[in-house]
Structures are given as C-alpha cells and as structure tokens.
Design a protein around this ligand. Structure first.
Ligand SMILES: NC(=O)c1ccc[n+]([C@@H]2O[C@H](COP(=O)([O-])OP(=O)(O)OC[C@H]3O[C@@H](n4cnc5c(N)ncnc54)[C@H](O)[C@@H]3O)[C@@H](O)[C@H]2O)c1
Length: 272
C-alpha cells in the first residue's frame, strides 16, 4: 500500500473516471473525501467504500457553487486532519458549434472545468503551505500531489467543443503555473489529458439520444454511436479506455515513484 493513510479529495467521484479513481486509491489505503453534484450516487459510493474498510467523508454538491471549495477543503481537514492528494475530475460536456453557442454554454464549461479547480486549489493553498512549513521545521519532507483532469480536446482542439476545449486548455496553464508556485511547498502538480474513455459522457447513443441533468439543466449525454465508432477507429488500440485504465494514469501521479515529476500533462489515449 503505497499511499496508506493519505487523504485524497476527488471531485465528481460518484461515477465514471472519478469513481474508478476513488476505488483505486481506496485499495491503496487512502482516506477519501468524495464529491458529486448527484448526492445519492455519492452516498452509494461512500457506503460501498466503507463496506470495504475505507474511511470516507462525503462533500456532495456542485463544484461551481461559490462556497464549494472552502467546504471541500474543510471537510478533509475536519474529518481527517489534512490534505494530501487533490484530484480535480468533475465535469461534463455541453457541445455546439461556435455560431450556435450561447454565452451561458461557454461560461458553464469554464466554470466547471477551470474556475472550480482554481477555487479548490486556492482554498487548499493555505493548508498546504502551513503543513509544508510545519514539516520543514520538524526536518521532514512530505510530498503532496494535485492531479488535474484534462482532455485531448484541450491539447488538439475538437470541433463542436470550443467551450470545453478552451477550458481544458486552461488546465495546462493552471497546472504548469502551480507546479512552479508550489514546488517550495513540496506539492507536485500534474495533469492527465484523456482521449476516449468509456463513461456516461462518451456512451454511444442512438438517434433518440440520452439526457443527463446537471445544475438544473437537462443536457444531452453521450455521443452518437456512429461518431463513437469513428473515434475508436482512430485509436491505435482500437477501443476506448476503461475508467480503470484512466484511473491508473491518475494513480501514477500520486505514488512516490513520481515524486520528481511536476508540471506535466500526460496524454492517456491508447496511443493516439
Ligand atoms: N470520458 C472521456 O472520454 C473523457 C475524456 C477526456 C476527459 N474527460 C474528463 O474526465 C472527467 C470525468 O468524466 P467522466 O468521463 O468520468 O464522466 P462521467 O459523467 O461518467 O462522470 C463525471 C462525474 O462528475 C460529476 N459532475 C459533473 N458536473 C459536476 C459538478 N458541477 N459538480 C460536481 N460533480 C459534477 C457527474 O455527476 C459525474 O458523476 C471530466 O472532467 C471529463 O471532462 C473524460
């Protein structure tokens, strides 16, 4: 157990990649603060994890709420006494070509994929600095890790996703900047940019489509079956990644073997 006793905060961890991340970290002995905008699956995930012996606190709610970041960090400190790993994962897509995209649609992606991680990391800055100072005074170094979840849309661009791609590209700037600001606090800041991973977000849907509700809006979920097949045909491995494979890449940035790696964006694409 490489991460035994560490405290991890993972947004959007009731399903999909976030859920696979908390399962992976739990198996390594990590104590967890899980979050999701949907409280019921978050509670279900928590009770399953507790059943397996993991200590779990739930901080349900929308990461874009202005009071969320303070609540999230406080939950970790009040429940477990600190913060070791922060995984900014929560998100969704709301696609459209630019000429049909409203300001609301553009802003929604910046809020969830960029501003929410910014607020969470800003709220964590004080506790991370204090912990590093205290440990330095004791002659100890304890490494802490941030992993921001990005997308190849933010690296390569993606037609129909100017809002999402812009926000995910911003994650690169945030990651590289905080890697510089927080080196002195012994905090590694990296990002993973996923290609196609098989989750609710990318499920193949028929002509009738599928819907999901986020922030009081009913939005299309998934991508047309034909588009999904076209994307898969471009992937050298010939298939989407699984949430567990995605979680494996997040895990690489959490373990001690990556202690000297910071400011990096790892493409997780099945070789694409
Ligand atoms: N699936 C992919 O192919 C893919 C590719 C690149 C990047 N990503 C990124 O991975 C992350 C996870 O996506 P996923 O594929 O697991 O999708 P998912 O829909 O399966 O899971 C996302 C989770 O985040 C939650 N969530 C969404 N908005 C939230 C909010 N405002 N506050 C709190 N929770 C919220 C959802 O309820 C859901 O449980 C996202 O940031 C996404 O952009 C996914």
């Amino acid at each position: 157990m490489k991460l035994e006793g560490k405290v991890a905060l993972v947004t959007g961890s009731a399903r999909g990649i976030g859920r696979a991340v908390v399962d992976k970290l739990a198996a390594e002995g990590v104590r967890l603060v899980i979050n999701d905008v949907d409280p019921q699956p978050a509670e279900e995930a928590a009770s399953e994890l507790r059943g397996g012996g993991t200590e779990v606190a739930v901080c349900a709610g929308d990461v874009t709420a202005t009071d969320f970041a303070d609540r999230f960090i406080s939950t970790a400190i009040d429940s477990f006494g600190g913060v070791d790993l922060i995984i900014n994962n929560a998100g969704y897509t709301w696609d459209g070509v630019i000429q049909k995209m409203s300001d609301e649609q553009f802003d929604a992606m910046l809020e969830v994929h960029l501003k929410a991680p910014f607020r969470i990391l800003r709220a964590a800055a004080g506790p991370l600095r204090e912990a590093a100072r205290r440990e330095a005074a004791e002659g100890r170094i304890v490494r802490r890790k941030v992993v921001n979840v990005s997308s190849v849309a933010g690296i390569w661009g993606n037609a129909g996703q100017v809002n999402y791609a812009t926000a995910k590209a911003g994650i690169t700037g945030m990651t590289k900047t905080l890697a510089r600001e927080w080196g002195r606090y012994q905090v590694n800041v990296n990002a993973v940019a996923f290609g196609l991973i098989g989750t609710r977000m990318t499920q193949g849907v028929g002509p009738e489509g599928a819907r999901m509700e986020i922030g009081g809006r009913a939005l299309p979920a998934g991508i047309p079956q034909s588009a999904r097949q076209a994307i898969e045909s471009q992937i050298p491995f010939g298939r989407a990644g699984t949430p567990e494979e995605a979680a494996g890449a997040v895990y690489l940035f959490c373990i001690p073997e990556s202690d000297y790696v910071s400011g990096q964006v790892l493409l997780v694409t099945g070789g694409q």
